[in-house]
Design a protein around this ligand. Structure first.
Ligand SMILES: [Zn+2]
Ligand SMILES: [Zn+2]
Length: 360
């Protein structure tokens, strides 16, 4: 199988004009012994893509190809490959493409917390190459960060699991989500929708917690057991006193959460875990006394082991996440960005049609 020296992607040209990505050729990173080349066939559109493209997280090197929910087929394996992956196999890459693999964190399935972490796009590797993402014909990554996709999960439904799904699965599994537990999912966006489906599949009694009733019907269709509209229920912390073992905050900003209210709804020892990355200037103000026997933490992504577990769970329980597809390309990228910014998506976009857009 042959393919070009240069990769081609739908790239952001500047933060000012981030909603109008342009088709751009670029050099791939150097090919190392454990690298894998993947011909891409689908890529999810994550909230991080918008934050990065729009410059919410600072200035990025341009042009920039975003996208870190990548599904495709292996076309080349490095000479020292020992992952067991095969040429032609359908695989996925999430939001992380590198870590040291030697520190205690890496060795204990905590790659996202390694200090050598490299994100799938916009971050320099140790050799200086700035990573490029999945709105492109190919991606080249270290094999440790490549996972096989189970046969019964279609590519457009597998893609959003690779970042969004994993980001909510990791705090669920690490904090005891399962039968007999009451779990709240705050914010029914893309990640919250996957969190609701996954929490139910793990056997927990699942509450969707949203500001208004607008998404109640969808939440129930996803299998939620209960729905709390916080703006319509007054002090919902009193009403649901001593209810939750775990709340995962999937809302886009933690500063929207009223920490005078939420801790009251937690059981003793309950945990509130946030997964959203706010804009750089946001700060949290807390009254420590209000956090009686409740802990708050931040969870980043998830490990490769957890990603494999999640894909197995989705495959075995036949979980169908809610996805809209758009054609990859300048127009499709523009539409995805426009509609994501307005929250006009049910509940996640996956870019498809790669064969048509990229001929070689
Ligand atoms: Zn993401
Ligand atoms: Zn490490």
């Amino acid at each position: 199988m042959s393919y070009p020296e240069k990769f081609e992607g739908i790239a952001i040209q500047s933060h000012e004009d981030w909603k109008n990505p342009k088709k751009t050729k670029y050099d791939p990173k150097p090919f190392y012994d454990h690298d894998i080349d993947i011909k891409i066939e689908a890529c999810g559109v994550c909230g991080s893509d918008i934050h990065c493209a729009a410059g919410h997280w600072g200035n990025m090197k341009m042009p920039l190809v975003v996208g870190h929910e990548i599904v495709g087929k292996v076309v080349k394996l490095g000479p020292k490959s020992n992952s067991g992956l095969k040429v032609g196999q359908r695989v996925g890459v999430g939001a992380q493409v590198f870590s040291c693999l030697e520190c205690d964190r890496c060795k204990n399935d905590n790659e996202p917390y390694c200090t050598k972490f490299v994100t799938t796009y916009s971050q320099p590797y140790e050799d200086g190459y700035v990573s490029q993402g999945g709105y492109a014909n190919y991606v080249r990554v270290h094999e440790h960060f490549v996972v096989p996709i189970p046969e019964n999960i279609p590519s457009h439904l597998a893609a959003p699991l690779l970042c969004g799904g994993l980001t909510v699965y990791s705090p669920l599994v690490r904090n005891g989500c399962g039968p007999g537990k009451k779990v709240g999912i705050v914010g029914l966006g893309g990640i919250g929708s996957m969190g609701t489906l996954i929490s139910k599949a793990m056997g927990a009694e699942t509450y969707v917690i949203s500001r208004s009733s607008r998404k109640r019907e969808d939440a129930m269709k996803m299998g939620a057991d209960h729905y709390i509209a916080t703006l319509e229920e007054g002090d919902w912390g009193e009403k649901y006193f001593d209810t939750f073992d775990l709340i995962v905050v999937c809302a886009s900003s933690l500063t929207d959460i009223d920490f005078n209210i939420m801790p009251k709804a937690m059981k003793v020892g309950g945990r509130i875990v946030s997964i959203s990355i706010p804009e750089q200037h946001e700060m949290l103000s807390l009254k420590p006394y209000g956090l009686k026997a409740v802990s708050i933490s931040y969870s980043a992504l998830g490990s490769i082991k957890e990603l494999n577990q999640l894909l197995k769970l989705v495959s075995e329980k036949d979980i169908k996440i809610w996805v809209e597809t758009l054609p990859v390309g300048e127009a499709g990228g523009h539409e995805a960005f426009e509609r994501m910014e307005k929250g006009d998506v049910r509940y996640r976009f996956t870019l498809v049609g790669y064969d048509k857009e990229f001929s070689d």
